[in-house]
Write a protein that binds this ligand. Structure first.
Ligand SMILES: *[C@@H]1O[C@H](CO)[C@@H](O)[C@H](O)[C@H]1NC(C)=O
Ligand SMILES: *[C@@H]1O[C@H](CO)[C@@H](O)[C@H](O)[C@H]1NC(C)=O
Ligand SMILES: *[C@@H]1O[C@H](CO)[C@@H](O)[C@H](O)[C@H]1NC(C)=O
Ligand SMILES: [Zn+2]
Length: 422
């Protein structure tokens, strides 16, 4: 590779435009403390009151410890987000209750998006093209019992003792008896209700971006287990790590870790079965990575921890979000323009299909730049193939599919035959 090519690749990943940095804790100092679950709920309510056009809040339900799993949806014209032609991204944190950085990161991110909207054109642009779903904690019961400690498992599990990141279904592990903690079930229902194109699950205990597969049975732990979208996942992971202040630097990584470019394949690091990341990719077509934000899981100094996690990750999280609009996108309809869902999108050379899940028939299929054959198929309809579709890095290529039902064509042929025989 020449130096010029290398520089161009780095530029493509790191990007050129700059979002304007500011820390919401300057205005809301409590964001730099170890706030509790109620504070997340109250903050979300305040943001919704102040920005009803941008913010819609919900709860996934009550945990056995009687905590809500708070969710915030942020986008321009939020009341129409479900039918809008925009991809959703879903970022969750604190699945292991004693891994705390993502709580501060995602709550600040919610403030940042809602409060920068007026003043920052880049924020308006990304909110015009992306729906953000942020869940600062998906294991509030665990956090409530966690103690400040760099390692250990106090607060890691849900209140019924489940490790949520070993509690999701996998076609490879059908024999495994999973508990399906209430929290896991809520997340599974939520994934169906809110189909996301990209996802992140934030953890602590290392500094690295981890991508699928996390666990393939035939491949030993410590060996690389490439997913069908391996090249894309590497680019996604680097988009995060190279835009992070220090993730790609060996000196900032933890202990003996030496993650080149600050990324790792999951199975190559250590095997995890029934994790959420693989489940989201396999079953929900959500391109999800697992991001470890820091070495110490629950540091003693909240202000230092949440101050640093925001300045370190601010650029990464925004640049990563832009990947929801990459590759191909478009709409599947019938001949009359009625939206079709449950349409399977197949890309030549990639053994991973995705489904049209948006109620209006919109789809997004992240892809690296290149030339692809892409087809759309649905039971009862003729498969439609589009050849030699050129995808560029800068913006998604629009490919719409108008599918013809087999029954309609047969009926027309029958009618024609009848006419001729008269
Ligand atoms: C947790 O799940 C169990 C089994 O599905 C259910 O009986 C129980 O009511 C749930 N707990 C809460 C707090 O929702
Ligand atoms: C494609 O993936 C499926 C699982 O989704 C697998 O069963 C099949 O063997 C794969 N095909 C190839 C050619 O790798
Ligand atoms: C696309 O299809 C054409 C013709 O069917 C084939 O020659 C070509 O190799 C395919 N391209 C890719 C990228 O698979
Ligand atoms: Zn974890």
């Amino acid at each position: 590779m020449t130096l010029v090519t290398a520089a161009l690749i780095v530029l493509a990943v790191v990007g050129s435009n700059a979002f304007q940095f500011w820390d919401p804790a300057e205005e809301f100092p409590q964001l730099n403390t170890y706030f509790d679950n109620n504070y997340i709920g109250q903050s979300f309510e305040t943001l919704q009151e102040k920005h009803p056009d941008l913010v819609k809040i919900s709860s996934l339900g009550k945990t056995p410890g009687d905590n809500d799993i708070h969710e915030i949806t942020i986008t321009s014209d939020v009341s129409n987000w479900q039918t809008a032609n925009k991809p959703s991204v879903k970022y969750v944190a604190n699945m292991h209750g004693n891994e705390v950085r993502g709580r501060g990161l995602l709550l600040k991110f919610a403030y940042y998006l809602a409060m920068s909207y007026e003043s920052d054109q880049d924020v308006r642009d990304i909110m015009a093209t992306t729906v953000f779903h942020l869940l600062p904690t998906i294991n509030p019961d665990g956090f409530a019992t966690a103690t400040k400690s760099c390692s250990g498992v106090d607060g890691r599990y849900t209140s019924d003792g489940t490790d949520m990141n070993r509690d999701f279904p996998s076609s490879w592990q059908s024999g495994t008896r999973l508990k399906f903690a209430n929290e896991t079930k809520m997340l599974m229902n939520y994934a169906t209700r809110v189909p996301a194109v990209l996802g992140i699950s934030f953890h602590d205990g290392a500094l690295v971006t981890n991508y699928p597969w996390d666990g393939v049975p035939d491949i030993l732990s410590g060996k690389y287990a490439a997913s069908p979208d391996d090249a894309l996942f590497i680019t996604m992971a680097k988009t995060y790590s190279l835009n992070h202040k220090s993730m790609s630097k060996r000196a900032a990584q933890c202990g003996q870790d030496d993650f080149k470019d600050g990324i790792t394949n999951g199975n190559k690091w250590y095997k995890v079965f029934n994790g959420m990341q693989d489940w989201n990719y396999m079953y929900n077509d959500c391109f999800e990575v697992t991001i470890e934000l820091g070495c110490c899981k629950y540091p003693s100094d909240a202000a230092d921890t949440f101050g640093k996690v925001w300045s370190d990750n601010f650029n990464s999280i925004l640049k990563f979000s832009k990947l929801a609009n990459s590759g191909v996108k478009g709409r599947a309809t019938d001949y009359f323009g009625n939206p079709l869902t449950d349409v399977t999108i197949t890309v030549s050379g990639i053994n991973k299909t995705t489904k049209v899940r948006h109620p209006e028939g919109y789809y997004w299929r992240p892809l690296l730049g290149g030339t692809y054959n892409i087809s759309a198929s649905k039971h009862g309809y003729y498969t439609l193939a589009r050849k030699s579709i050129v995808v560029r890095e800068e913006e998604p290529t629009q490919i719409d599919f108008i599918l013809i039902p087999k029954s309609q064509v047969r009926a027309r042929k029958r009618r024609r035959r009848r006419k001729r025989s008269v």
